[in-house]
Design a protein around this ligand. Structure first.
Ligand SMILES: Cc1cc2nc3c(=O)[nH]c(=O)nc-3n(C[C@H](O)[C@H](O)[C@H](O)COP(=O)(O)OP(=O)(O)OC[C@H]3O[C@@H](n4cnc5c(N)ncnc54)[C@H](O)[C@@H]3O)c2cc1C
Length: 398
């Protein structure tokens, strides 16, 4: 039964929201029926596999489950969208007009995809050679484009904004390039990485491997190139050069686009946001910097690390520990060190498992050099991590 007040209200039932709820409920029976998860989405997605959907290795359907099926026992799902926060009154307002009050709030609505910021992108997505792994609907069209590619120019873009999974724009490029070789069309093709960023990867150890791969496989990198427009009819991608301000037009035969992203608008407009729009939390404790009964987790937060599900796996135990401490009026014991991970797929059956912290120092799990491409790590990504996600993380056990 839905109530109008809960001990804990969680905004967003994605990776961060569900993991947090499951952990809270595992640790305290007192919270049974005292947690509300507000999320309008009928479905829950395991987004990390969308790269392999685009690469033709996995069917899109396996990445999707009913939201109802991932709500932990003891939590109440409210299928609605939060539109406003009233943190002084401990209340949230929903699109339906309903309101919920809380003792503690966890904010986890993910990142916003700003498709509309690239002119012509929405209209051409899924046609005219344009695709993107960044939505469930459009990821399969990436595979269509790759497997039907007969040579010409294949462009892979990355925006100049923060994004979720910083490595994903290039993972699909390495898969496509590998496929073009296998399909015998590589000699007739040019592969271009058009990026609004300035370097291939932020952590030196893995950047070295990627730089070598890009050179050996004859991939053209164009940094400071921010995609601003797609002319689908003429198959032209228009970039803005971030140093000169010039517009640079490139002809493509297929293009994989990663849209610009930002904090969700309803967060930007709320008292919870930092100046840059993200949920303003302490980078070590995940507690809101102004409202002590509010915490944030995941892509929507100001945490200065790469936005991934792997990062959330390490954030959730810290958040839960600190939330219980606030409930008991204790000092906050949990400290998040910025851990994040990026499984950099470099081809079919090859993967570099990047893991690092706030200081961009490697924070590796395995006792071998993870900067090397490995088949075992590819299998980890493709077969093991999804099981660990559905049966472990979302159940609050890892
Ligand atoms: C192509 C791709 C590849 C990726 N690869 C990897 C990878 O290899 N490894 C990795 O660790 N991560 C990867 N990620 C990133 C990972 O999926 C995200 O970082 C993670 O899902 C973020 O979790 P979150 O809870 O912050 O947001 P999400 O999981 O996106 O969930 C946000 C939830 O909030 C809900 N919501 C939105 N607005 C509202 C509102 N107004 N009110 C209430 N609810 C709302 C949404 O419906 C959604 O259910 C990848 C992502 C993509 C797209």
């Amino acid at each position: 039964m839905n109530k109008s007040h809960y001990t804990v209200v969680i905004v967003g039932g994605g990776t961060g929201g569900i993991t947090t709820a499951a952990r809270l409920l595992r640790e305290s029976r007192d919270l049974y029926n005292e947690i509300a998860i507000i999320d309008p989405s009928e479905k829950h997605y395991y987004q990390p596999l969308w790269t392999l959907v685009g690469g033709g290795e996995v069917e899109a359907e396996v990445t999707k489950r009913d939201e109802a099926s991932v709500i932990p026992d003891g939590a109440n799902w409210i299928q609605d969208a939060v539109v406003a926060f009233l943190p002084e009154e401990n209340r949230v307002v929903m699109a339906s007009g309903g309101e919920l009050s809380y003792d503690y709030l966890v904010v986890a609505p993910g990142i916003q995809l700003d498709w509309g910021k690239v002119k012509g992108l929405k209209e051409n997505l899924g046609k005219n050679g344009v695709s993107s792994n960044y939505s469930y609907e459009s990821a399969p069209s990436t595979w269509e484009n790759i497997r039907n590619f007969k040579g010409g120019t294949a462009i892979f873009t990355a925006p100049n904004t923060p994004i979720k999974c910083g490595g994903a724009p290039q993972k699909i490029m390495y898969l496509a390039e590998d496929y073009f070789r296998k399909a015998g069309v590589r000699d007739a093709s040019k592969v271009v990485f058009g990026s609004g960023g300035t370097i291939i990867f932020g952590v030196q150890k893995y950047a070295k491997t990627l730089t070598r791969i890009v050179q050996e496989r004859d991939i053209e990198t164009k940094f400071y190139h921010n995609l601003v427009e797609i002319d689908g009819e003429n198959k032209q991608a228009i970039f803005e050069h971030l140093q000169s301000g010039e517009r640079v037009s490139m002809k493509y035969d297929m293009i994989h686009v990663v849209p610009p992203m930002s904090a969700p608008d309803f967060i930007k407009q709320s008292p919870l946001s930092a100046e840059n729009g993200w949920v303003d939390v302490d980078k070590y404790t995940l507690q809101h910097t102004r409202y002590k009964n509010v915490f944030g987790i995941g892509d929507a937060t100001s945490l200065p690390t790469s936005k991934t599900g792997a990062a959330i796996r390490k954030q959730a135990p810290v958040l839960v520990k600190n939330l219980f401490a606030v409930m008991r009026n204790h000092p906050l014991p949990g400290q998040y060190n910025g851990y994040t991970s990026c499984p950099l797929i470099t081809g079919y059956g090859r993967l570099v498992l990047a893991e690092f912290d706030y200081n961009n120092n490697p924070a590796e799990t395995f006792p071998f050099d993870q900067a090397k491409e490995r088949y075992s790590m590819y299998l980890l990504k493709k077969d093991m991590l999804p099981v660990m996600y559905w049966d472990g993380m979302l159940k609050g056990v890892m």
